[in-house]
Write a protein that binds this ligand. Structure first.
Ligand code: PHE
Length: 342
C-alpha cells in the first residue's frame, strides 16, 4: 500500500510538473510535495509502520521517488527560466533600423555667456575672478564706497532694502570693499554677478547683472591713461577691433575722476539705428580712479597705492551683442527666444 501510494504520487506529481508553466507553479509543487505537511513528507512518516526487514527496500523507493521528482522539478525550472529569458529578450528588442529621434541640445543663456566671455578676456589680461554676496550690508554697498547715509548720490540707485542695514546689492562695486580688506595690493580682480534696483522698463529690470573690475597698484603705476587703454582693449575684444570708444566725464562717489564709456553701435556701426536710438553710440560702463577715501576706508594706504575701477551692465552688453530691444526677454524663459540665442 505504501509502495502503491508512492508510485501513484510519483506519477501524479510528475504530470503536474509537466503541466507547470511558471516559477510560481514549480514552487507550489515543491511545497506541496516536500513541505512540512507535503505528500512525500507525510508518506515518509509511514515508514514507522513498515516491518523492520522491509524498511531498507521501502526507504530506497522513497528515495527514488524523491530524486525523480527533484530532477523533474529542476529540469522544469531551467526550462521555465529559459522561456522567460527568451520572452524578455523578445520584448526588449531594439529595432536598430528605426530612425533616431534626435537629442534636443540645450545652450547657455545669453547672460552667463556674456559673463564667460568677459571673464575669459579679463583673465587673459591678468585678472582673478571673485564673487560676493547679493544680500549685502549697507556698509559694503554704500558706506565703504564713500556713500554715507543721506548722501545725495544714494538717489542714483533706487535700492531694495531688507532692513536698515541690509540691502540687495545695487552694484557689484560692493565687492570692492570686501576684497580690499582681505587682499594685499597689488591685485587685479573682476567680479560678475546679480544686482538689484527698483527700476523697470525696456532697458531696465529689477534684477540685472554687472561685472566689476578693480586694479590696485603702487601709486606711480596707475593712471587714467592706463584705465582708458585697459577699457579700450576690453571693448575691442568684446565688440570687435573696429569698435570706436568714447570717454565722457562723469560722477561716482567712489571714483575721482570718474568717466563713462560709450562704444560705437555694433549693429549700425555708428550710423544710427533703433538699438542706439539713432545716436550711433551706446553707453556701456562707468569707471574711474578709485577715490583715495575708498582706499583708506578699506585699510589701504592711499599715499602708497592707487587704483582704478570699472563697472559694466551685462544685460545691456548681451542686448547689444544679440541685437535685443527689450531686457525682459532675458527673464521670461520663453523657449522660442532662448532657441534663437543659441
Ligand atoms: N557701480 C557703478 C554703477 O553701478 C559703476 C562703476 C563701477 C563706476 C566702478 C565706477 C567704477 O553705476
Amino acid at each position: 500500500m505504501l509502495l502503491d501510494e508512492l508510485k501513484d504520487t510519483q506519477v501524479q506529481v510528475l504530470s503536474e510538473i509537466a503541466a507547470a508553466a511558471t516559477n510560481k507553479d514549480i514552487n507550489d509543487i515543491r511545497v506541496k510535495v516536500f513541505g512540512k505537511s507535503g505528500v512525500l513528507t507525510t508518506l515518509s512518516r509511514g515508514m514507522r509502520d513498515v516491518a523492520p526487514e522491509e524498511r531498507p527496500k521501502v526507504g530506497a523507493i522513497i528515495n527514488e521517488v524523491k530524486v525523480a521528482i527533484e530532477e523533474a522539478l529542476s529540469a522544469k525550472q531551467a526550462e521555465v527560466e529559459n522561456a522567460e529569458l527568451l520572452s524578455k529578450l523578445e520584448s526588449e528588442k531594439v529595432d536598430i533600423t528605426e530612425p533616431a529621434q534626435g537629442v534636443e541640445k540645450g545652450a547657455l543663456h545669453p547672460i552667463p555667456r556674456v559673463i564667460d566671455k568677459l571673464c575669459d578676456i579679463c583673465v587673459g589680461l591678468g585678472f582673478s575672478v571673485v564673487e560676493g554676496p547679493e544680500v549685502e550690508s549697507d556698509y559694503y554697498n554704500f558706506e565703504a564706497m564713500n556713500t554715507p547715509k543721506n548722501h545725495p548720490s544714494r538717489d542714483m540707485q533706487d535700492s531694495f532694502f531688507v532692513n536698515e542695514e541690509i540691502v540687495l546689492r545695487t552694484q557689484t562695486s560692493a565687492v570692492q570693499g570686501r576684497e580690499m580688506e582681505v587682499r594685499k595690493p597689488p591685485f587685479k580682480i573682476v567680479c560678475p554677478g546679480k544686482t538689484y534696483r527698483n527700476d523697470s522698463d525696456a532697458t531696465h529690470s529689477p534684477v540685472f547683472h554687472q561685472l566689476e573690475g578693480l586694479v590696485i597698484e603702487e601709486g606711480d603705476k596707475v593712471s587714467l591713461a592706463d584705465l582708458k587703454s585697459m577699457l579700450t582693449i576690453l571693448m575691442k575684444r568684446l565688440y570687435g577691433e573696429d569698435t570706436e570708444i568714447r570717454f565722457r566725464p562723469s560722477f561716482f562717489p567712489f571714483t575721482e575722476p570718474s568717466i563713462e564709456v560709450d562704444v560705437s553701435c555694433p549693429t549700425c556701426h555708428g550710423k544710427g539705428c533703433s538699438l542706439c536710438k539713432g545716436t550711433g553710440m551706446l553707453e556701456l560702463l562707468g569707471a574711474g580712479i578709485v577715490n583715495p577715501k575708498v582706499l583708506e576706508l578699506s585699510g589701504i594706504d592711499s599715499k602708497k597705492y592707487r587704483g582704478f575701477a570699472f563697472g559694466f551692465g551685462l544685460d545691456r552688453t548681451a542686448m547689444i551683442l544679440n541685437s535685443i530691444g527689450n531686457i525682459k526677454y532675458f527673464y521670461k524663459n520663453d523657449k522660442r527666444f532662448l532657441e534663437q540665442m543659441k
